[in-house]
Write a protein that binds this ligand. Structure first.
Ligand SMILES: *Cc1c(COP(=O)(O)O)cnc(C)c1O
Length: 422
C-alpha cells in the first residue's frame, strides 16, 4: 500500500484555477524528465536504446518537446501524429511509425519524414511498395503476434490469438525474405502482447520471445535484426495497493535475456527500442476538477465539473483512478461516494463507492494518473467541450499548453450556412 501524493498543493491548484477554470489536465515537467531519465538509465547498458514515446498517449507538442530533450523519439500511428512529430522537430529515425490498417498515403508521409516503418501485416508490404515508388525503405520493422495465450508463470496476461495486430510466425519469416529481396537492409522486430502490466517480468518475458525469434529468423533467412522494439505495455500503480514498477529491475531482466540469447547468437549489437506511453506520462499528469453538487438519493453522489469526455478510462474500462480531495489529504476517508460527471450516461463515474473525506461544494478533486490516455481520449459527446492542458514547469510556474475548447470549436466543423450558434 503506497500513499498516492498529488504533485500539486491546494494552494497551487486554486491559483491555477483562478486563471484557468476547472476542469483541466495538468502535467508535471519535473516528473516527466525524471521518468525519462530513469528509463534511459535502466537501459543504458544497451548502446542503441531509444524510447519512442507513444504520441497517442499525450499528443501535445510541448510534452513531446520535453521528451525529445530527454533523448526520446516519437511513436506515431496516424497522419496528424506524424504532423505533430514533425512540428516538434523529430525527423528520420527519431520517428517510429507503428500503425495498423494503414492507408497508402500515410506510408508515403511517414517515409517522406524518414520514419522507421513498422509493418503490422505481411500484405502491407505491397501497400508500402506502392507508397514508396516500387521499393521499400532500407530500414523496416515487422510486428509479431505469437497467437495463443501470453502467460507469465502460470498467469494469463492476455490473448494474442484474439488481437488484430501483427503477423503470424510463418508470415514473419516470409515477410523478412520478401523485404530482403526487395532491398531492405536493416530489420527490426516488434511485439506488444499485454497492456498496463504490473509485473517486472513483462518486458523480460517479451524480450525472450522476440530475441529467440530473432535468432530463428537469422537462421531461416540470414537476416540479422538491427533492433528489437519492446513497444508499450509497462503499467503504472493506478491503485494505492499496486506496487510501482521498478524500471531498473526491468532493465536488468531484459539484459539477462539479451546476454543469454542474443549475444551467443552473434546478435549482441542489436539495439533495443521501447514505445512506452502510459509508463512515461500517466503518473505525471492529473485531472483537476471542482465539486459542484452533492446529491443524496439511494447513494451519495458528488457531481464534478469534469466528465467522461475529459477522462474516458473509467467509463470505457471500469478503470480505477485514485482521487485526492486537495487540502483534505489528512482527513479520514469516512464517507462513501460516487464521483460523477454530467453526461447523460450512467457510466460517467470517476469513482464508485469510493471512501473519501467529506467533500464540500467547491472542493478541488485531484484525479491521479491521467497524463496518458487521458485528455487524448477526450471527445465531445453531449456537446461537452474538452478541457485545457496545463504544464507545471520545473520552476513552479505554469504554462497553458492547450486552451479549453469553446462552443465555436464545437460548431466549427458544421459546414453549413444559415444557422447562428449563440
Ligand atoms: C498504445 C501503443 C503503445 C503505448 O502503449 P502504453 O500502454 O501506453 O505503453 C505503444 N505502441 C503501440 C503500437 C501502441 O499501439
Amino acid at each position: 500500500m503506497s500513499i498516492k501524493r498529488p504533485f500539486l498543493t491546494l494552494q497551487q491548484a486554486e491559483q491555477i484555477a483562478a486563471e484557468h477554470p476547472t476542469p483541466f489536465h495538468i502535467y508535471d515537467e519535473a516528473g516527466i524528465r525524471k521518468t525519462a531519465r530513469a528509463l534511459n538509465a535502466a537501459f543504458a547498458w544497451n548502446r542503441g536504446f531509444k524510447e519512442y514515446f507513444a504520441v497517442k498517449a499525450t499528443p501535445n507538442p510541448v510534452i513531446l518537446k520535453i521528451l525529445r530533450e530527454e533523448g526520446c523519439g516519437a511513436d506515431c500511428s496516424s497522419r496528424t501524429e506524424l504532423m505533430l512529430a514533425k512540428a516538434v522537430g523529430f525527423c528520420g529515425h527519431e520517428i517510429m511509425y507503428s500503425s495498423n490498417e494503414t492507408p497508402e498515403s500515410e506510408f508515403r508521409q511517414a517515409n517522406g519524414q524518414g520514419a522507421i516503418i513498422n509493418l503490422d501485416d505481411i500484405t502491407l508490404i505491397d501497400t508500402l511498395k506502392d507508397a514508396c515508388g516500387g521499393g521499400v525503405p532500407e530500414t523496416v520493422c515487422c510486428r509479431y503476434n505469437p497467437g495463443g495465450e501470453f502467460e507469465i508463470g502460470n498467469f494469463i496476461m492476455d490473448h494474442p490469438k484474439d488481437a488484430k495486430y501483427g503477423m503470424t510466425r510463418p508470415q514473419l519469416t516470409e515477410a523478412f525474405r520478401i523485404l530482403r529481396d526487395v532491398g531492405a537492409r536493416r530489420f527490426g522486430l516488434h511485439a506488444f502482447l499485454a497492456s498496463n502490466t504490473l509485473t517486472e517480468q513483462y518486458y523480460p518475458v517479451l524480450a525472450q520471445i522476440l530475441f529467440e525469434t530473432a535468432v530463428e529468423l537469422k537462421e531461416e533467412t540470414g537476416v540479422a535484426v538491427s533492433f528489437v522494439n519492446l513497444s508499450g505495455g509497462i503499467g503504472v500503480d493506478y491503485r494505492p495497493e499496486d506496487a510501482a514498477e521498478n524500471i531498473a529491475a526491468i532493465g536488468e531482466g531484459v539484459r539477462e535475456a539479451f546476454e543469454r540469447i542474443l549475444v551467443p547468437a552473434g546478435l549482441g549489437d542489436t539495439a533495443l527500442f521501447a514505445e512506452l506511453g502510459r509508463y512515461m506520462l500517466a503518473p505525471n499528469g492529473a485531472l483537476v476538477t471542482r465539486a459542484i453538487h452533492e446529491k443524496h438519493i439511494y447513494k451519495e453522489y458528488i457531481g464534478v465539473d469534469a466528465c467522461a469526455c475529459d477522462l474516458m478510462r473509467p467509463a470505457m474500462y471500469g478503470a480505477y483512478h485514485h482521487i485526492t480531495v486537495l487540502g483534505r489529504e489528512n482527513d479520514p476517508c469516512d464517507h462513501v461516494y460516487d464521483v460523477v460527471g454530467g453526461l447523460c450516461e450512467n457510466n460517467d463515474k470517476f469513482a464508485v463507492d469510493r471512501a473519501l473525506p467529506k467533500i464540500r461544494r467547491g472542493d478541488l478533486l485531484y484525479i491521479h494518473d491521467t497524463g496518458a490516455h487521458g485528455h487524448s481520449m477526450g471527445y465531445n459527446y453531449n456537446g461537452k467541450l474538452r478541457s485545457a492542458e496545463i504544464l507545471l514547469l520545473e520552476d513552479g510556474s505554469t504554462q497553458l499548453i492547450r486552451r479549453a475548447e469553446t462552443p465555436e470549436d464545437y460548431f466549427a466543423t458544421l459546414d453549413v450556412t444559415g444557422y447562428r450558434f449563440e
